[in-house]
Design a binder for this molecule. Structure first.
Ligand code: AMP
Ligand code: MG
Length: 477
């Protein structure tokens, strides 16, 4: 049974909206493992029951559906006009461990916040979100999750006519930085405080007894964000639209748009065509997250002094750095970050960046290389073999002095994926799904759900793009 705490207890922050399900919507993908985790009723998934439930105004799934109001800084500019323009919050499921998880239906028609939009989502972006969010989750990067996906023969107009689709995603909540910013910037202190109380009651209850619960909340959001960004940088994930309305207070990857994971390591990569100045380039993400946290922190000024806020924000950078270094040590099979190990890490990243090597494939190959041998098979991957040889000797010396080689290799194989959601194979499965064939989509979901498994090695899902398979991204969704 779903609860609707947000919709009922923050009724002044939402607008009830009946989901508008396109004609002939068909359930195409279901994440049964997640449905079980969230203790959702099995009958939802039988012969499209869920589609009927979403269409019925009185069913448990739709009767408390609401659109949330929020604002956000978009490309640095404050925009108070935002909110769920094409999605509705259906309610909250409770996992076996007692945690709440929002169910949010995307592509469910117009709401008061649709502005010029049609309230719809296209299959291309919906399937990209479905697969991308599951991939990140299974890589160990906190993310919203994908519960199910529908498509419809109805088309929607973007740059061209595209297949319409809907998905239900889950997240602890859909509360964004922009929620707090909106009620702070409009001076609606009662709403802002109701939101703080809600978040401290339902999502960060362990902080309620802290000396200053609001400062503790800002700290928790800051540290979780730092950890998420460290994982993005360590795995080569580019979000693409890090506006504050796309930032979750839970420090999870959220609101997938024109995202990509790096193939070749190019540190200033931008995949969003609407970002010509590279505000959200790969190497800008750590700084942008801090900028966004600063924007959020203003909303805490009624409860924290400037010094209390500063003390929290100053924790971001060292936390990000320590987390990033720790993850990269694991990926390189090294122990703790220290002067020598960090120097080896820096030289490795410089080589990969200078030669724009495929980031994921290079690290996976390194996981297979035997550090007791003076000659590495990885050598042939690099043009500047002299630099590689120098690096290899330093690296293998460290590997051999730092603990057991077999266990460090196992650690590498468990942290360096074979499969990531590469843009070119997302495009292949989208093309097939548009024809009504989800066989490849399901196969890719299975692969990204077990990304470290050797069984994908040298298969279709492990291949970097070639000149023929490279695709460029559209940011419309
Ligand atoms: P996004 O770029 O998806 O993060 O969306 C930014 C804002 O635009 C949010 O308020 C969305 O709800 C709204 N929006 C995006 N696409 C549409 C659409 N097709 N129809 C209505 N609102 C939309
Ligand atoms: Mg958004």
């Amino acid at each position: 049974m779903l609860t609707s705490h947000y919709a009922r207890e923050l009724a002044q922050l939402v607008t009830p909206v009946a989901p508008d399900i396109p004609r002939d919507a068909r359930l195409r993908l279901v994440n049964h493992a997640l449905a079980d985790e969230l203790q959702l009723p099995g009958h939802w998934w039988q012969t499209d029951n869920i589609t009927g439930l979403l269409c019925s105004p009185v069913s448990e799934l739709s009767r408390h559906a609401v659109a949330q109001k929020y604002g956000g800084h978009q490309f640095g500019q404050w925009n108070p006009m935002l909110g769920d323009g094409r999605g509705v919050l259906l309610g909250e499921a409770t996992s076996a461990s007692g945690k709440l998880h929002d169910l949010h239906l995307k592509g469910a028609g117009m709401t008061p916040y649709s502005r010029q939009g049609d309230g719809r989502a296209v299959l291309r972006s919906t399937l990209r979100e479905y697969i991308g969010s599951e991939a990140l989750h299974h890589l160990g990067i906190p993310s919203s999750r994908a519960l199910c996906l529908f498509d419809s023969p109805q088309t929607v107009l973007r740059e061209t006519a595209e297949t319409a689709a809907l998905m239900i995603r889950t997240a602890p909540s859909h509360i964004r930085f922009g929620h707090f910013e909106y009620y702070y910037n409009t001076g609606d202190t009662p709403a802002l405080n109701a939101l703080f109380d809600f978040v401290l009651t339902y999502h960060f209850s362990e902080l309620k007894e802290a000396p200053n619960p609001h400062q503790a909340l800002l700290k928790a959001i800051t540290l979780r964000t730092a950890r998420m960004i460290a994982l993005w940088q360590a795995y080569g994930y580019v979000h693409g639209v890090m506006n504050t309305d796309n930032m979750s207070i839970h420090g999870i990857t959220f609101d997938y748009g024109p995202y990509a994971m790096l193939d070749n390591f190019v540190s200033n990569s931008v995949f969003n065509h609407s970002d010509p100045h590279g505000r959200y380039a790969f190497d800008q993400q750590p700084g942008v997250a801090l900028w966004n946290l600063n924007a959020l922190a203003r909303a805490f000024s009624g409860h924290c002094t400037v010094d209390e806020i500063k003390a929290v924000l100053q924790m971001y950078e060292p936390t990000f750095m320590a987390q990033y270094q720790q993850i990269m040590m694991q990926r390189l099979g090294l122990d703790t970050p220290g002067e020598q190990t960090l120097s080896v890490l820096n030289s490795f990243m410089r080589m990969v960046a200078d030669e724009q090597r495929d980031y994921t494939a290079t690290l996976r190959k390194l996981s297979h290389a035997d550090p007791t041998l003076s000659h590495s098979p990885l050598r042939d991957e690099f043009i500047d073999r002299e630099s590689f040889d120098t690096w290899w000797q330093q690296y293998r010396a460290l590997r051999q002095t730092q603990g057991d080689i077999l266990s460090s290799q196992q650690q590498m194989l468990n942290t360096n994926p074979v499969v990531i959601p590469r843009t070119h194979y997302l495009q292949q499965v989208i093309d097939e799904a548009r024809q009504g064939d989800y066989t490849s989509a399901k196969a890719l979901i299975e692969a990204v759900s077990n990304p470290f498994s050797a069984k994908w090695e040298n298969t279709r899902w492990a291949m970097p793009p070639t000149d023929d398979t490279q695709v460029s991204l559209s940011c419309s969704s």
